[in-house]
Design a binder for this molecule. Structure first.
Ligand SMILES: Nc1ncnc2c1ncn2[C@@H]1O[C@H](COP(=O)(O)OP(=O)(O)OP(=O)(O)O)[C@@H](O)[C@H]1O
Length: 228
């Protein structure tokens, strides 16, 4: 369970990025976070991933109060999370395999286990035949799949994605969303921030909408308002 209780985030610049945000996401849910540019989506994800701290209010993740997390505990906390970025942040001087293996090597996995898990992750995103390639050789959609494989390789309970389809065309975007649906189907809690309202509506999942830092909608959009 993810709980935000009356969370405010004011940056040092004085900008209020989140204002009294309260929400609950039960374990195993798949939820979309939407809103205009500057609405506070990335800030909410940065608080959840403990990149930023709230100014007020509390955030609980699987019973752990993030306000009480000491800086030294943050890397351990993040092992429960898979994080996917829009620009995927792959290392172009290493192979696809090495990019995906990175979080496991950091966690101290042995070589055999790393191989088994990297191939399982590549299999899930449909890129088993690309492990030796350099990510620069891959298409934008494939690079994003590598980013997703890296995010799921240590089997996180929660998968967080910030505009994961930002640079992709509609068909590839839909495929990426379906990948997230597959992970959710096996029990992973999934939270995806996207400003692509059509794509989000088509998924027919719970949607949280932010506007100027406030949560203005929390529900499943009805079929009638969906684009055909
Ligand atoms: N590090 C920062 N310092 C100061 N202000 C910031 C910082 N990060 C974001 N903001 C401001 O906080 C507000 C919310 O930004 P945020 O990036 O969370 O929005 P967003 O909904 O993710 O937007 P986008 O879709 O454009 O990424 C904006 O007004 C932004 O300018």
């Amino acid at each position: 369970m993810i709980t935000f209780d009356n969370v405010n985030k004011r940056y040092a610049s004085g900008q209020d990025a989140l204002v009294r945000v309260s929400l609950e996401i039960p374990s195993g849910d798949m939820v979309f976070l939407t809103g205009h540019s500057g609405a506070g989506k990335s800030t909410l994800l940065r608080l959840l991933t403990a990149i930023e701290r709230p100014t007020k209010g509390s955030i609980l993740v699987a019973g752990q109060n993030l306000n009480r997390l000491r800086n030294g505990q943050v890397p351990y906390y993040r092992r429960n999370l898979g994080i996917v970025f829009q620009n995927h942040q792959l290392l172009f001087d290493r192979s696809v395999y090495d990019n995906i293996a990175l979080p496991l090597s950091v966690a101290g996995c042995n070589k055999r286990e790393v191989g088994r898990r990297v191939r399982a992750a590549l299999d899930k995103v449909g890129l088993l035949n690309k492990e030796k390639q350099n990510p620069i050789m891959l298409s934008g959609g494939e690079q994003q799949r590598v980013g997703i494989a890296r995010a799921v390789v240590n089997k996180p309970a929660i998968l967080v994605a910030d505009e994961p389809t930002g640079n992709l065309d509609p068909k590839l975007s839909q495929e990426i969303m379906e990948l997230f649906t597959d992970f959710n189907a096996v029990g992973v809690t999934v939270l995806v921030a996207s400003h692509d309202l059509e794509l989000v509506a088509r998924m027919r999942r719970r949607v949280l909408t932010l506007q100027s830092g406030q949560l203005i909608y929390d529900g499943v959009p009805s079929r009638e308002v969906l684009p055909s």
